[in-house]
Design a protein around this ligand. Structure first.
Ligand code: TLP
Length: 343
């Protein structure tokens, strides 16, 4: 049987042998009593890595983002974010559902928003008839923008703006690892410019489940309460945290290889006639491209017949994401399939 190559997302990876070993030998306890030694180790390791006071292990990136927003806001408040932000596009309306808050959207350039765009949207304190602006949220790397890195200069400017208006900043850092590996900027440097952040162990780092949120000790104390309230209090979850620890210790630096593989595919697609791709937009492990003279659905089903599963990045485009379960050999096979369908 032909091997299927799955590039729908970097979430599709399966735990490696080393990770499974770490899972099997994990020490566990009841984490709702804070007695799981492996979870405790993961949280303190992450807090140190990001230079934040405290961290909390949560099941998913969505829950991580939403707990942060819930703690930072009150019902009726507003969060400013980019128009294609994950919290707006792909979190099932959770800001409204869980926190009673609304989002004020800024049209970014490849996911990047600027203080000049944000400042006019900040509601005056005196305007009691308007929602209260409370948080500025950014995403790094930006998913819909194809894994685009948010430049650190913009992040610093946004943090300064937030400070000027006494707003909080939240970073959706589901793929902050990719940004850090790409730019060489440390995780703790990125973390300096946000009050809260959420990062995913289950994307490029290869863990089966798990995200971590970070902030001050006071913030994490509140977050702990919210996590329980929405059903995220887990018990002997050290078996999963062990995978997360393994991922942090072993799988960050290798992301450069995923970036390289995405680049190889992008350069190949750029030579093919029936595809539109902006090479400059391929910065990390994602590529977004538009099929020419066929619909996205047709292209996806033709690719699938050849043994390659891709997904859509929304907005009429196809998304391919490289990850640790695709080898350089697989990448060569993908090139052949692309040639067959798009040349
Ligand atoms: N993104 C998934 C899909 O939801 C689109 C993917 O395959 O890329 N923030 C960002 C920036 C994300 O890309 C994702 C997942 C999340 C948060 C949510 O993480 P999970 O799936 O763990 O809830």
């Amino acid at each position: 049987m032909k091997k299927v190559i799955d590039l729908r997302s970097d979430t599709v990876t399966k735990p490696s042998a080393g990770m499974r070993k770490a899972i099997a030998s994990a020490e566990v306890g009841d984490d709702v009593y804070k007695e799981d030694p492996t979870v405790n180790r993961l949280e303190s390791y992450a807090a140190e890595l990001f230079g934040k006071e405290a961290a909390l292990f949560v099941p998913t990136g969505l829950m991580g983002n939403q707990i942060c927003l819930n703690v930072l806001t009150n019902p009726g408040d507003e969060v400013i974010c980019e128009r294609h932000a994950h919290i707006f596009q792909y979190e099932s309306g959770a800001p409204a559902m869980l926190s009673g808050i609304q989002l004020n959207l800024v049209e970014g350039t490849r996911g990047v928003i600027t203080p000049a765009q944000i400042e006019p949207l900040i509601r005056p304190e005196s305007a009691y008839y308007m929602p209260r602006t409370r948080v500025i949220e950014i995403e790094n790397t930006h998913n819909v923008a194809g894994g685009a890195v948010f430049p650190i200069e913009n992040i610093i400017e946004i943090k300064n703006l937030a400070d000027k208006y006494k707003l909080y900043t939240h970073l959706d850092g589901a793929r902050i690892w990719n940004a850090s590996v790409k730019t060489g900027i440390s995780l703790s440097e990125y973390a300096k410019y946000c009050d809260t952040l959420s990062c995913c162990l289950s994307k490029g780092l290869g863990a089966p489940i798990g995200s971590i949120i970070l902030g001050t000790k006071d913030f994490i104390k509140e977050a702990y309460r919210v996590r329980k309230a929405i059903g995220g209090g887990m018990r002997q979850v050290g078996i999963i945290a062990a995978a997360g620890l393994y991922a942090l210790e072993n799988n960050i630096h290798r992301l450069a290889e995923d970036h390289h593989k995405a680049r190889i595919l992008a350069e190949h697609l750029d030579t093919l006639q029936n595809v539109e791709i902006n090479l400059e937009s391929v910065e990390t492990n994602m590529l977004m491209f538009r099929p020419i003279s066929m619909t996205v659905e047709d292209a996806l089903s033709k690719l699938k017949e050849e043994g390659l599963i891709l997904g859509t990045g929304g907005f009429g485009i196809i998304r391919a994401v490289t990850h640790m379960d695709v080898s350089f050999d697989d990448i060569e096979k993908v090139k052949v399939i692309f040639f067959k369908i798009f040349a």
